[in-house]
Ligand binder design. Structure first.
Ligand SMILES: *Cc1c(COP(=O)(O)O)cnc(C)c1O
Length: 379
């Protein structure tokens, strides 16, 4: 089945009691049993809920995975992955990583004894030299946030297989429409469903997909035992959101491509970070690894003056200033003070994330209005 058909049909069956074409919101905590232990597969909603089951199956199908497991947020999904490991285990993660992922690794799991190494994963030698006999996991995120760097998933998962190391890809920025890490050898794909999968800035949720039965069992165990589950109303909203994922992504990509090219030729604009530009160092890899280049881009103004960047962000009207991304509406973010404030300034600067960087989540509005808005804001 092709992607658009899966986005609309996968995992969703007409409701068995009424034939309702849309999966109902099963707003219930418990299920009546006929006699002790004799039930219809549902006992308690932390463990299973029919609305969540439908969504988990749909999400698994979109990533070409056998199993989908949903969590209360993207970070709750990350938390579940990290709970697979034990004190002394080493984890290698990309150094240009979502701020909250860095925070949960350094501030929650490092004190429990996990050891993290943050490396530049665009350089395969840096990855190789960080591997020891205690390395248990390699955590990738590509394209990276906010610098849109490209990591070669196939190259890294090949090393992981050779050394018996597990691999995870945070696929939030690309969405399953653009890239399917399980097909490229990853053991687990992680999503902040909050972003493109939900797509309407109305839900916070996370998900993990895998083809590995044993991993799926452990992750479902953590889902139930730790209890960070999404509610049925949120599952319904995401089920609705993913029906248009392919159409939304097409427009996100089209608009971002045009905005990136327009910015690149603007006399006041310095560097533009977008994998679809021939000037992007990961452009060739993006062409191989992704089906299109996505809706996210970042840029700097010439002169690198902090006040200029702030004024530009304040003057934007169609782009709203805020955290998050992947919704139908365009958003503008200042990574240094918002999404990446939890990474120390020296660490940010080491990876090239300047305080003057502006990140755009290009929405699906008419692109002429987006460019006009940027033109008046940059001045
Ligand atoms: C937002 C985001 C997360 C965290 O997800 P939440 O749903 O906010 O918990 C993780 N990774 C990336 C790349 C993100 O953009």
């Amino acid at each position: 089945m092709k992607f658009g058909t899966k986005a609309i049909h996968a995992g969703v069956e007409p409701d068995p009691t009424t034939g309702a074409i849309m999966t109902p919101i099963y707003q219930t905590s418990t299920y009546v049993q006929e006699s002790p232990g004799k039930h219809k597969g549902y006992e308690y909603s932390r463990t299973h809920n029919p609305t969540r089951t439908a969504l988990q199956n749909a999400l698994a199908a979109l990533e070409n995975g056998k199993h989908g497991i949903c969590y209360a947020s993207g970070l709750a999904a990350t938390d579940a992955v990290l709970k697979l490991f034990r004190p002394g285990d080493e984890i290698i993660a990309t150094n240009d990583i979502y701020g909250g992922s860095y925070r949960i690794m350094k501030r929650i799991f490092e004190p429990f004894g996990l050891v993290f190494h943050f490396v530049n994963m665009t350089d395969i030698n840096e990855v190789k030299s960080a591997i020891s006999d205690k390395t248990k996991l390699i955590w990738m995120e590509t394209p990276t946030n906010p610098l849109l760097r490209l990591i070669d998933i196939e190259q890294i998962t090949a090393i992981c297989r050779e050394k018996g190391i597990q691999s995870v890809v945070d696929n939030t920025f690309a969405s399953p429409y653009l890239q399917n890490p399980l097909d490229l050898g990853a053991d687990i794909v992680m999503h902040s469903v909050t972003k493109y999968l939900g797509g309407h800035s109305d839900t916070v949720m996370g998900a993990l997909m895998t083809n590995n039965d044993e991993l799926a069992k452990q992750l479902a165990f953590i889902q139930n035992a730790s209890g960070a589950v999404p509610g049925p109303q949120d599952c319904f909203l995401v089920l609705r959101g993913i029906k248009t994922l392919h159409i939304r992504m097409q427009r996100h990509c089209e608009n971002a491509f045009k905005v990136a090219h327009w910015l690149e030729t603007h006399p006041k604009v310095g560097k533009v970070y977008y994998p679809g530009l021939a000037s992007h160092p990961g452009h060739d890899l993006a062409r191989r690894q992704m089906r299109d280049f996505g809706g996210m881009l970042s840029f700097e103004l010439k002169g690198d003056i902090y006040e200029d960047a702030v004024k530009t962000m304040e003057r934007l009207n169609v782009f709203s200033l805020g955290e998050s991304l992947g919704g139908v509406e365009s958003l503008c973010t200042h990574p240094a003070s918002m999404t990446h404030a939890s990474i120390p300034k020296e660490e940010r600067e080491k990876v090239g994330l300047k305080d003057t960087l502006i990140r755009l989540s290009v929405g699906i509005e008419d692109v002429e209005d987006l460019i006009e808005d940027l033109a008046q804001a940059i001045g």
